[in-house]
Design a binder for this molecule. Structure first.
Ligand SMILES: Nc1nc2c(c(=O)[nH]1)N[C@H]1C(S)=C(S)[C@@H](COP(=O)(O)OP(=O)(O)OC[C@H]3O[C@@H](n4cnc5c(=O)[nH]c(N)nc54)[C@H](O)[C@@H]3O)O[C@H]1N2
Ligand SMILES: Nc1nc2c(c(=O)[nH]1)N[C@H]1C(S)=C(S)[C@@H](COP(=O)(O)OP(=O)(O)OC[C@H]3O[C@@H](n4cnc5c(=O)[nH]c(N)nc54)[C@H](O)[C@@H]3O)O[C@H]1N2
Ligand SMILES: [Mo]
Length: 595
């Protein structure tokens, strides 16, 4: 179970929070629900760039009169108005669809306060909108939640969210008066210290108004990678639950480990401290994606063996320790021919739809093995084939799916069901109003707003340095897929031909004596005494709350301290990094390349 994976840096908080609140760590809606929703709330997500297909669903919903409310730290152009690439008429005329009816720009980490404000308004001013029957039948801890909401002061809500009471009230009115509501969220919500509590606060609001488990209503953490949800379903998890291991043990009576293994944070620390000696990466680019670049490099270089199974060369291949192997493998678009014929693999999407995928392209080399082949050969070489005939599974992936059917819930008749054109839907218990929680009910969570939104190691930033501290979020540009940069433009934000920019409120720039296009350095503020600096970023004036700045990931990863992680999620707090911004000491093109 030492399975650190990209979920640890991505939607971990969604999984943790949703399992606690509603007993299943996935979204409860399907695509059709976007058609039926009367209101859609989009928290901390930039779908124009990162989820373009969702933009079409939002555009269609908006045109049908669905009210869309956006909470985003930045004014993201596509969430304001959007022209569909599928609609030439829209692209040629200024007839783009207005997406957001209301657009709120909270301070970084301020969403929980804003959502608490919405709950407070509904509880105190529109009590008639509360779904008491739903609460009575399905939930627990409501009274504690009500007490906590009443005890939360508007002054704290306004200060932490950076939003006025009036704006929060308008959003609450839309939420309360809409027959069916979906809330979506992504990294702007999950990469903070208090992400688990924030997600549970979104759930609180939905439970209070009965907005779950009916058409057009529910919770939608919008997934990242195409593997991020499916790999968890298959058990790539450093803390697999007992039910999962029990099922596995019934088929393979070997006694699986019951203690948790390492997540990404723990794995990096174990490598750094010499406790873990071998690192095997099945995809990804850990060196560039993980926080605290220097620390991560050191950690990887201290391993005795670094094995990278990849489709593309990347920075992680250069973290050479005592021994290193690069094993190029087939990608999903490449033809995968095994002894029993052409193979297909399966994927699971945000809406828990599982479907088959068959590669068509000629592989770059006949020497490239498939991932399954590589893993099967590793297993054969280390464990032998007494219990499992690994190479037979490699020869026919259908046999592997038979084993999945036997061991993983929801995969009955697996091989047949993937023959259907759109695949099949994995049942979601919460959407069916079944609650696999400790209490057997959906659980309200009565947490206080955090006193500070920063983890311990950075929370006294202002006192540590005698200068103004800004809070940095790291985000994606249009022309990148995570650590793969395939172009230098960020078209919706108007950036061309470069990535070393920092988006800043004009007033902050003035306060710091900085001009637009001036080159600056950013240094992280942290109590561990380690210096973390990136240099040579150009200041761009942007519509962003005062005190907040934004710059691209992965270039800003050197600034995210390893100990700066989310409570209960261990996810790097990549959306709240306290930094000092100073005129650049560097010569023009000395920007460190971390890709
Ligand atoms: N083209 C492309 N598509 C991708 C990816 C890619 O790199 N390129 N990556 C994939 C992956 S793995 C993932 S996880 C997803 C990521 O999808 P997103 O979560 O959309 O990715 P980010 O660029 O990190 O954007 C975060 C958004 O949240 C906002 N934000 C940041 N902090 C806060 C906050 O505290 N509150 C609020 N309300 N808003 C905030 C930012 O302004 C930004 O709009 O995209 C997936 N799809
Ligand atoms: N500062 C900051 N850090 C972040 C984030 C952030 O917003 N800010 N976002 C975080 C998030 S949400 C995520 S998901 C992670 C992403 O972290 P990773 O998943 O580690 O990063 P990727 O860039 O998606 O990995 C790309 C590499 O995967 C390999 N690859 C691609 N497809 C395949 C395949 O089919 N098989 C195999 N074997 N290999 C393949 C290629 O070699 C490619 O170079 O980064 C996280 N890090
Ligand atoms: Mo992600």
């Amino acid at each position: 179970n030492n399975f650190p994976d990209c979920s640890n840096m991505c939607h971990e908080a969604s999984g943790v929070g949703l399992i606690q609140s509603v007993g299943v760590g996935k979204g409860t809606v399907v695509l059709d629900d976007f058609d039926a929703a009367k209101a859609i709330f989009v928290f901390g997500q930039n779908p124009g760039t990162n989820h373009p297909r969702m933009m079409n669903a939002l555009r269609k919903a908006a045109r049908q009169g669905c009210q869309i409310v956006t909470f985003n730290n930045l004014k993201e152009v596509a969430l304001e108005r959007f022209a569909s690439p599928q609609s030439p008429a829209e692209l040629l005329t200024p007839a783009a669809t207005t997406i957001s009816h209301q657009y709120l720009t909270p301070k970084l980490g301020g969403d929980m306060a804003a959502i608490r404000g919405m709950a407070k308004y509904i509880l105190e001013e529109e009590g008639g909108r509360i779904d008491l029957a739903f609460i009575e039948q399905h939930t627990t801890q409501f009274d504690q939640y009500v007490a906590q909401v009443k005890a939360t002061e508007w002054t704290q809500i306004e200060a932490q969210s950076g939003l006025g009471r009036e704006a929060i009230t308008r959003a609450a009115q839309i939420f309360a008066s809409s027959e069916s509501v979906i809330s979506c969220w992504a990294m702007g919500i999950t990469q903070h210290k208090h992400s688990v509590d924030t997600i549970r606060e979104i759930v609180n609001l939905h439970l209070m108004c009965g907005q779950i488990g009916k058409p057009g209503a529910g919770l939608c953490p919008v997934r990242g990678h195409s593997n991020v949800q499916g790999n968890r379903t298959m058990g790539i998890n450093e803390k697999p639950n007992a039910a999962f291991l029990d099922r596995l043990e019934r088929r393979f009576p070997v006694g699986f480990k019951r203690t948790p293994g390492h997540n990404v944070y723990e794995a990096l620390k174990a490598l750094h401290g010499g406790k873990s000696k071998v690192l095997i990466c099945l995809g990804g680019n850990l060196a560039a994606a993980a926080p605290d670049t220097e620390f991560t490099y050191e950690a990887m270089r201290r391993s005795e063996l670094n094995v990278q199974i990849s489709t593309k060369l990347n920075r992680s291949h250069l973290m050479v320790s005592k021994d290193a192997l690069i094993l190029p493998c087939l990608g999903r678009t490449e033809l995968d021919q095994q002894r029993s014929g052409v193979q297909k693999i399966t994927v699971e999407d945000t809406f828990s739809m599982v479907h088959a995928s068959t590669g068509m392209n000629e592989p770059v080399s006949p020497l490239c093995l498939s991932e399954i082949d590589i893993v099967a050969r590793m297993a054969e070489a280390t464990l032998g084939s007494d219990r499992v005939d690994w190479l037979a599974l490699r020869d026919d992936y259908g046999l592997l799916r038979d084993l999945i059917e036997e061991t993983i819930a929801g995969f009955g008749d697996f091989n047949r069901r993937i023959e259907e054109p759109c695949g099949f839907h994995l049942e979601n218990s919460a959407a069916l109003l079944r609650w696999n929680t400790a209490s057997g009910r959906a659980e309200f969570r009565a947490s206080r707003l955090p006193d500070s939104i920063l983890p311990e190691c950075t929370s006294h930033a202002e006192q540590m340095v005698d200068q103004p501290v800004l809070l940095l979020q790291s985000l994606r540009s249009h022309d990148q897929y995570n650590t793969t940069i395939y172009g230098m433009d960020d078209r919706y934000r108007g950036i061309k031909g470069r990535r070393n920019v920092v988006f800043m409120n004009e007033e902050d720039a003035r306060r710091l004596g900085l001009a637009e296009e001036q080159r600056v350095d950013m240094s992280a503020v942290c109590n561990d005494g380690r210096e973390r600096v990136v240099r040579g970023f150009s200041v761009i004036f942007y519509e962003i709350p005062k005190g907040n700045i934004a710059a691209y990931y992965p270039e800003t990863n050197p600034l995210v301290a390893i100990e700066s992680i989310g409570e209960g999620s261990f996810t790097p707090t990549s959306k709240s990094v306290p930094v000092l911004v100073t005129p650049s000491a560097a010569s023009v093109e000395s920007l460190a390349v971390t890709l």
